[in-house]
Design a protein around this ligand. Structure first.
Ligand code: HEM
Length: 442
């Protein structure tokens, strides 16, 4: 009796290639997005953690971070305006030539031959003005809520540099259309730099690449505007956000701190041991919660927020809302108002008065009283004060609340200086006529 061994029966079901093709969409999708739409807390945390973009956020944030009335979304709007500027700026670069003989004609081309050219230019121009204003307002919010205090001193310093870079970026862009407005605004702006003691003329020469505004200046401003400054700003914004994470999230009122975020140093040193014990316990519990996701030592133990919510979907939805609002505002403004374009440059016919961009008009107004003090002395003192304020104002009271009573003096001084600056800008914009004489706008 022979026992013939039979071949195993071929596997039932579709051929491997066919099944791979059938599952292609699912496999591609799940290779990018590792988690389904989250429905449990674990999945929410895991979604934030495994997605590159969401990973910029912490898994959980303190409730105070989401209060629209606290941040007013000003930092976020500044960021989104910068993103809009990069996007529209790259598109504009396809048409622009940084040459004194071609730049203005290219502006006219945007108006007449390029599809949506005017709209693109409007968006870029209004987003740039908006960013200067919003970054300034964001700084005011941070000051008035005392959010520059320990441990956020250095992030405030990075912020001050961000403000200066933002101003410089807008200023360098101002020259590029090469019309009368651009030429004379930059002539005035760079002549203010020349008032600096000892090095003034040299600084002006480095900026312009010449003794007057011309081809060299246009090329330098262009390179600074499209490459150097955006790269510096991107790097600084990345450090700014990284520091927010390292500083334990956004500032918040003291009662939140007492309940949920006990500074690790205080715990180790045994300070206020009795009073914060429940908070320490709660912080410890949090550590166990987070160890599922974070590898390596987690040094910011004390800053784990207690009164917190998951970033997905709470923070994400709030951010998307601000994004949509920002884009909509810029779109509407760009539909209604056209960016100015004056006559082509005529070096023989300066407008009278020749005015700097609006955000430097306060400086120009002060220069009309004293060239050195207005152009160099006062601005340097102001920037110096902004840089050192978190290292001088050390009291911990009143952090995380608008206009806290404990910060009455600091807030009053700050608001007075802001109002003074605004008054100077308004005078320079509306009340100055030929030869910088006082005129009534009415
Ligand atoms: C390009 C400019 C800037 C961008 C894109 C930016 C973005 C942001 C964002 C998104 C936040 C968190 C949420 C919010 O407060 O809206 C923030 C927080 C912060 N920013 Fe800025 N910022 C900029 C400039 C500045 C400036 C000029 C300062 C101050 C001089 C500053 C100081 C701070 C500080 C200290 C925090 C932490 C605030 C807190 O903990 O409550 N930033 N920034």
């Amino acid at each position: 009796m022979s026992t013939a061994v039979k071949d195993p029966a071929p596997a039932k079901g579709p051929a491997p290639l066919w099944s791979a093709l059938r599952e292609l969409p699912t496999n591609v999708w799940s290779s990018i997005f590792r988690n389904p739409l989250p429905s449990t807390d674990l999945e929410r945390a895991s979604t934030s953690f495994t997605n590159f973009f969401l990973h910029l956020h912490p898994v959980k944030v303190h409730r105070n971070t989401l209060r629209p009335g606290y941040t007013l979304g000003l930092g976020l709007i500044s960021l989104f305006l910068f993103v809009i500027l990069v996007f529209t700026g790259v598109l504009l670069m396809f048409y622009y030539v940084p040459s004194t003989t071609q730049a203005y004609d290219r502006m006219l081309d945007l108006r007449s031959t390029v599809a949506f050219g005017v709209f693109l230019r409007n968006m870029h121009r209004w987003a740039a003005h908006g960013m200067v204003a919003l970054v300034f307002l964001h700084m005011c919010r941070v000051f008035l809520t005392g959010a520059y205090k320990k441990p956020r001193e250095f992030n405030w310093v990075i912020g001050v540099v961000l403000l200066l870079v933002t101003l410089f970026m807008s200023f360098t862009g101002y020259l590029l259309p090469w019309d009368q407005l651009a030429f004379w605004a930059i002539t005035v702006g760079t002549s203010i730099a020349a008032y600096a003691p000892l090095m003034g003329k040299q600084i002006q020469f480095v900026l312009l690449g010449d003794t007057t505004v011309g081809q060299e200046a246009l090329l330098r401003f262009y390179v600074l505007h499209v490459a150097v400054l955006p790269a510096v700003l991107t790097l600084l914004v990345a450090v700014h956000f990284w520091r927010i994470r390292k500083d334990g999230g956004l500032s918040r009122p003291e009662d939140g701190e007492a309940r949920g975020a006990v500074p690790a140093g205080m715990v180790q040193a045994g300070v206020v041991k009795m009073r914060i014990e429940p908070a320490v316990e709660s912080a410890k519990r949090k550590i166990y919660g987070l160890q599922g996701f974070v590898r390596g030592p987690f040094t910011k133990v004390g800053n784990v927020p207690d009164d917190s919510v998951y970033s997905w979907p709470n923070l994400l939805m709030a951010e998307l809302f601000v994004l949509v609002l920002t884009i909509s505002a810029i779109l509407v403004i760009s539909l209604v108002f056209n960016a100015p374009l004056e006559q082509p440059v005529n070096v023989m016919h300066p407008p009278n008065p020749a005015k700097a961009p609006w955000y430097f008009l306060g400086l120009q107004e002060m220069v009309s009283y004293s060239a050195f003090w207005g152009g160099v002395g006062v601005p340097s003192v102001m920037v110096g004060l902004l840089l050192v304020v978190p290292y001088i104002d050390r009291g911990a009271a009143g952090v995380g609340r608008w206009f806290a009573r404990e910060r009455l003096l600091a807030n009053t001084l700050f608001i007075s200086l802001v109002i003074l600056n605004v008054i100077f800008i308004v005078i320079g914009t509306f009340f100055r006529g030929p030869n910088w004489a006082f005129v009534s706008p009415f």
